[in-house]
Design a protein around this ligand. Structure first.
Ligand SMILES: Cc1cc2nc3c(=O)[nH]c(=O)nc-3n(C[C@H](O)[C@H](O)[C@H](O)COP(=O)(O)OP(=O)(O)OC[C@H]3O[C@@H](n4cnc5c(N)ncnc54)[C@H](O)[C@@H]3O)c2cc1C
Length: 655
């Protein structure tokens, strides 16, 4: 295939016409076509792919109902969000609510790690007779921690739809205890340094791919060059020797070379105070362009998108300090003594290790669900659960004290009966239903809560709406075999020019589940990136709002083109056939992805106790508030901690 083929028609020569597992996306959504149409709002309709077939209503008790095996548009799948958007954006209301004859001790709104943790911990405190209902708007439980399955010739391959791995040493003691209680011991989930996990999959080198759509030609550099501050035995950045092959002009290559080989203190002449302030108030992009002499094009070609998968912004919106310390971009070598001190500080920090199941952090949510609803499978241990097919019909069984109701979008939480109970209204299909409970824990994303619960104090509602989450895309690409990876010698890839910029071949064996790298067997590639920038000069919150619209308005085919173009470029030098070798594709849209994080470039300095997340998560009567949003840290362990805190808010005295 020539350059031209791909430029003339993005759909020609990429294999979009191939029958792959990708577009059975609307089957079994649990919501009618009429319901989706009823809530369609300009600019944010569900994009349901090109070959969307007829909508079939398939309730959870259909034996064929098994969401992990669905492909196509997942994450925020069509049918999971339209009523909420209609409600929040245009004040849509529903009439004729059905009051169900159901009374609970606790209703949890949101069945991600945090909400499921809360349900589990509440039952631990209140006792096994506690009646608990968890509702979630998706067709599967888990929130970002969802499992995606591909099957080929009878063998199942697992990959996360979103949340990937648990990071230590961040886990609190109480979060570790929770994991123990659900049968997950971090020690049993072999740890790997996150560096290795993200950049050295299957013991192969990482690579940087300059794709032809962005850079005019395909260039893939394969070496131990990620993270980008990696040095060789002589103490030189490993990137340096690859500069000649980068698609840059001679002058740009020289500037990049000068920056990476310099030992000049670029802040020379600044006072200590000015230097400290610059670290936190200057963007990394300003640093490399204004202080280190790189052209914007050279900076973009290599550094700009790199922090995205970790902090959800490009280098123009991240401080110099965070770019260096969190995302490991080069810079300390041109900061003189200050750089040396900072390097010592970073070297003294404990290494971050990643623990993960074959399905990523869905191993947490599946283990909690097993403990909440034991009849869902006969499997017991973490290892057995990995290969178990859950019986979704058991999730919402009226004989069980704990029920998990999917395809149900909470639209109202209200204190009733003089404050002695809470009523929760949700939409299922296109009909509103109401249940009552002694307590409610909201474990969905915070932005929506002011619409759900107008009775919250104004200050709290404002703080909740401050949490504009990062829009993320996570693609799972199922390749016919691993040969192209072996030929390239790489299994983790960075694309400086693309949205899905961080990619890794995913695989882990556990119990009877085997998923090791074999060049002759299929392999799953996990690709992620935030829908942001670069160079918007906007507060990240505004970028996230804008990115969310873009994310929802792109069709499955748009994403498929992205993925195919990227892989065609990456594997251009191998036997990979972009038309034939992709045998399955799932696009997980996360319009409300990582929780917002504080950003020293854009956020004011808040007084202790007055930070938006602290105001937002305050208990309100019988309603407590969980979710990782309650911490402003986008990690599985914070989702657990906040679920536990919400239970403590409601049941402080119980042990
Ligand atoms: C692509 C991606 C990759 C990630 N990778 C990692 C990783 O590797 N490691 C890590 O530690 N963290 C990772 N994270 C962060 C992730 O957010 C946390 O790990 C964790 O999964 C968050 O759990 P949560 O329960 O707080 O929120 P969520 O997972 O968002 O769960 C909340 C649930 O509530 C539902 N909900 C919201 N409103 C309503 C309503 N009104 N009615 C009913 N249901 C509602 C939501 O749709 C969702 O299902 C990743 C996130 C994303 C998006």
């Amino acid at each position: 295939m020539t350059n031209n083929t791909r430029k003339i028609s993005r759909n020609l020569g990429l294999g979009l016409d191939r029958p792959i597992k990708r577009r059975d996306l609307l089957n079994g959504m649990g919501i009618s076509a009429a319901a989706i149409a009823a809530y369609s709002i300009s600019g944010a309709q569900a994009s349901s792919g090109t070959n969307a077939g007829p909508l079939i209503y398939a309730p959870e008790n259909d034996p064929a109902y098994y969401p992990p095996a669905r492909t196509g548009l997942r994450g925020s799948h069509p049918g999971s969000f339209e009523p909420a958007h209609a409600h929040a954006w245009s004040g849509h209301t529903w009439e004729d609510t059905t009051d169900l004859d159901e009374e609970y001790d606790l209703v949890v709104v949101g069945g991600g790690i945090s909400g499921l943790t809360a349900a589990f911990a509440y039952r631990q405190k209140a006792g096994p007779d506690a009646r608990i209902l968890v509702i979630d708007n998706h067709d599967d439980f888990g929130g970002h921690a969802k499992r995606v399955e591909f099957t080929h010739k009878g063998k199942t391959y697992l990959v996360p739809g979103g949340s990937g791995f648990m990071e230590t040493p961040y886990f609190s003691e109480q979060a570790k205890t929770l994991l123990d209680d659900i049968g997950l011991n971090l020690k049993n989930l072999e740890a790997e340094q996150v560096k290795d996990l993200r950049f050295h999959a299957y013991d192969m080198s990482p690579s940087i791919c300059f794709d032809r759509e962005t850079y005019g030609r395909d260039v893939t550099l394969v070496d131990d060059i990620l993270p980008m501050d990696t040095k060789d035995e002589e103490g030189n950045f490993r990137l340096i020797k690859h500069i000649p092959n980068m698609p840059l002009t001679v002058a740009e290559k020289k500037d990049l070379h000068d920056f990476l080989t310099s030992d000049k203190d670029v802040f020379e002449g600044m006072s200590l105070e000015e230097r400290k302030s610059a670290l936190h108030s200057m963007s990394y992009n300003t640093f490399v362009t204004d202080y280190c002499g790189l052209s914007q094009k050279a900076a973009d070609a290599i550094f700009t998108r790199q922090p995205g998968a970790i902090v959800g912004v490009t280098t123009d919106c991240i401080s110099l300090y965070e770019a260096i310390s969190l995302t490991r971009l080069p810079g300390l070598h041109v900061l003189g003594d200050q750089g040396r001190l900072l390097q010592e500080e970073l070297d003294s920090m404990p290494p971050i290790e990643g623990h993960y199941g074959p399905e990523g952090n869905a191993i947490i949510t599946r283990n909690i669900v097993k403990r909440l609803v034991p009849s869902i499978t006969e499997a017991e241990t973490m290892e057995e659960l990995t290969t178990a097919r859950f019986d979704y019909a058991k999730l919402d069984d009226d004989r069980s004290n704990v029920r998990i109701r999917l395809n149900s979008i909470g639209i109202n939480i209200k204190t009733i009966d003089s404050g002695s109970r809470v009523a929760v209204t949700y939409i299922r299909g296109d009909k509103p239903y109401r249940v009552k409970a002694r307590h409610c824990i909201y474990a969905g994303f915070h932005m929506y809560l002011p619409h759900l619960c107008p009775e919250l104090p104004e200050k709290q509602r404002l703080a909740l709406s401050e949490n504009v989450k990062m829009p993320f895309i996570a693609a799972n690409v199922f390749l016919r075999n691993g040969s192209p990876l072996q030929e390239l010698g790489s299994a983790s890839f960075y694309f400086p020019g693309r949205i899905l910029h961080e990619c890794v071949a995913w695989g882990r064996s556990l119990g009877k589940h085997e998923q090791e790298f074999d060049p002759d067997e299929p392999v799953v590639i996990y690709m992620i990136g935030p829908m942001v920038g670069p160079h918007t000069n906007m507060d990240p919150k505004d970028q996230y709002r804008q990115g969310r619209f873009k994310l929802l308005s792109m069709s499955f085919e748009d994403y498929e083109v992205e993925v195919r173009e990227q892989l065609a470029s990456l594997f251009a030098s191998t036997s990979f056939d972009v038309e034939q070798d992709i045998i399955g594709l799932t696009i997980n849209r996360w319009p409300h992805g990582y929780t917002r994080q504080y950003n020293t470039l854009f956020d004011p300095k808040y007084a202790e106790g007055q930070r938006p997340h602290e105001i937002a998560r305050a208990r309100f009567g019988r309603i407590a508030i969980a979710n990782s949003d309650a911490s402003y840290v986008a990690l599985a362990n914070t989702a657990i901690d906040e679920g536990l805190r919400a239970v403590n808010d409601l049941l402080p005295q119980t042990h």
